[in-house]
Write a protein that binds this ligand. Structure first.
Ligand code: SF4
Ligand code: SF4
Length: 484
């Protein structure tokens, strides 16, 4: 049996400070207590990071956190245990460095990014020109060579013919000949798309004859709460603006029809894409997940649209393949995020790892204010991780530029889509690598809070993200339950 007394004696002999428990408690100076306490706190924080990272299957981050937990604790323990000349000066200097660094990181230092919010934008927020859905890559992909639509499109857009011929040379999305072909995940994605196809005709419908009296704040709250119960991550309401709308339909039976939607409001909902599935990007589980969340967000949008029509007001759901508007633009104006470097909506808690659906309606609602996400613009300005990992070099490393009256980062949609037609999936490498896209938990939310709060924290967080997850994080294997 372990002799506790003998053990205590031996410890006391080696480390005079441990002579008795009572002495330990009464003989310590404030500096000693601070040294031990700070060392222990840093150790525990890094150990917590290690546990969380391990649970997220981020083994590199978990290993680094473990090393840090030891490295951070060691100097404090050394200073606590050993006496040497100038020990107090060294101890106080170390404590000062640690606490001043923490204060510096947490102070709300926020030089604002230019041109982010309407009141200080100086323009560059509202597109001067509307987009035609026929120019979207999905629409161009649906054009069948030899048809009138095909000939007409390329005679009007001769510059796009050469670019589109390139993606047509490749196997195509969900093709068995594509490089990422995987029977189960591709068949699941196909199943999701087939269900979405069946839902496309029911985005609109008859409105109940009797209009129920509605208090805008109550119905707004009802719609938001119900959406979240149905699985939405975030919900926002904005006025429907003309610049949200495409000029013409680019997909489906109404191809080429001019879009005119006079409804007053737009409700944007986001739905989370599973992190584990996204970390496999650009493998098959990514397209399985993205189509799943197109379906889930679309289903919620349809439910809300049916519900609103039952109350006697018009409502139209905008779901994958049957949009009249640009969802990220609506979601941005509804206060759900900001458009980042990769051209997607960056939400505060999931970054770009969401899918969006929209409902346009005439039911009276309370609109949400657009929020200040200038920190996203600043962070995207320095991060560039999505540009680094993009296999087709489709994301710009440069600063934002004015595109159709809006200040944004340029994306090469043609080269991105050409890669999709090679891999057979919708890639998502950029989304998976984004530091904003880490799971929605206390640890990552604290870091996202810091990124939002402080210019200095942003730079520190980016350095740490590169260190913990790698500048170019590796793609994970497809989950074993899919890869049978
Ligand atoms: S990876 Fe970095 S630069 Fe790209 S969208 Fe995310 S935060 Fe912005
Ligand atoms: S989806 Fe893939 S190819 Fe397209 S921009 Fe993102 S990383 Fe690049």
């Amino acid at each position: 049996m372990l002799n506790i007394f003998a053990l205590q004696q031996s410890i006391s002999a080696s480390f005079p400070k441990f002579q008795t428990l009572e002495k330990l408690l009464v003989q310590q100076s404030i500096v000693d207590i601070l040294l031990l306490g700070t060392g222990l706190i840093l150790f525990l924080v890094m150990f917590y990071v290690k546990i969380i990272s391990f649970s997220e299957k981020e083994y590199r981050a978990s290993g680094i956190a473990f090393i840090f937990s030891t490295i951070f604790f060691a100097p404090f323990l050394f200073l606590y245990l050993y006496d040497f000349p100038f020990k107090d000066i060294v101890s106080i200097s170390l404590l000062a460095i640690v606490y001043l660094s923490i204060i510096l990181l947490l102070l709300p230092i926020r030089p604002k990014a230019k041109a982010c919010l309407p009141d200080r934008q100086g323009g560059f927020q509202i597109p001067k020109e509307k987009h035609d859905e026929r120019n979207v890559m999905f629409s161009r992909n649906e054009l069948e060579p030899g048809t009138e639509q095909f000939d007409s499109y390329y005679s009007n857009n001769a510059d796009k013919k050469y670019l589109d011929d390139k993606f047509r040379e490749n196997p195509g999305l969900l093709s068995p000949d594509s490089s990422m072909y995987h029977p189960f995940s591709f068949a699941s994605a196909q199943a999701n798309l087939e269900v979405i196809e069946a839902l496309k005709p029911i985005v609109n419908g008859p409105v109940a004859e009797q209009e129920i009296d509605i208090e805008p704040s109550k119905i707004s709250n009802y719609l938001k709460t119900w959406s979240k119960k149905l699985g939405a991550h975030s919900v926002g309401i904005t006025e429907l603006k003309d610049y949200h709308l495409y000029t013409h339909k680019g997909r489906g039976d109404l191809y080429g029809k001019e879009i005119s939607n006079k409804q007053k409001y737009a409700i944007a909902i986001t739905i989370e894409m599973d992190n584990e599935m996204m970390q496999t990007a650009p493998k098959g589980s990514v397209v399985m997940e993205s189509t799943q969340q197109y379906l889930s967000s679309g289903t919620i949008a349809l439910q809300l649209a049916y519900f609103i029509r039952n109350l006697g007001y018009s409502a139209r759901a905008h779901i994958d393949g049957n949009y009249e508007l640009i969802c990220p633009l609506v979601a941005r104006d509804a206060g759900l995020g900001e458009i980042g470097r990769m051209g997607l909506l960056m939400t505060p808690k999931l970054g770009p790892r969401v899918r969006i659906a929209v409902i346009t309606t005439d039911i009276p609602l309370v609109i949400d204010k657009r929020k200040d996400f200038s920190s996203v613009i600043d962070f995207c300005g320095i991060c560039k991780k999505c540009a680094d990992v993009c296999p087709s070099s489709s994301i710009s490393f440069n600063q934002r530029e004015e595109i159709k009256g809006v200040l944004r980062w340029k994306i090469n949609h043609e080269s991105c889509f050409t890669y999709w037609c090679t891999s057979g999936t919708d890639c998502g490498r950029c989304m998976a690598a984004c530091p904003y896209a880490h799971p929605n938990n206390y640890m990552h939310n604290f870091i996202r809070w810091g990124i939002n709060n402080s210019y200095i924290f942003r730079r520190f967080a980016l350095y740490m993200d590169d260190l913990f997850y790698g500048r170019k994080p590796k793609s994970r294997n497809i989950p074993s339950w899919i890869d049978i």
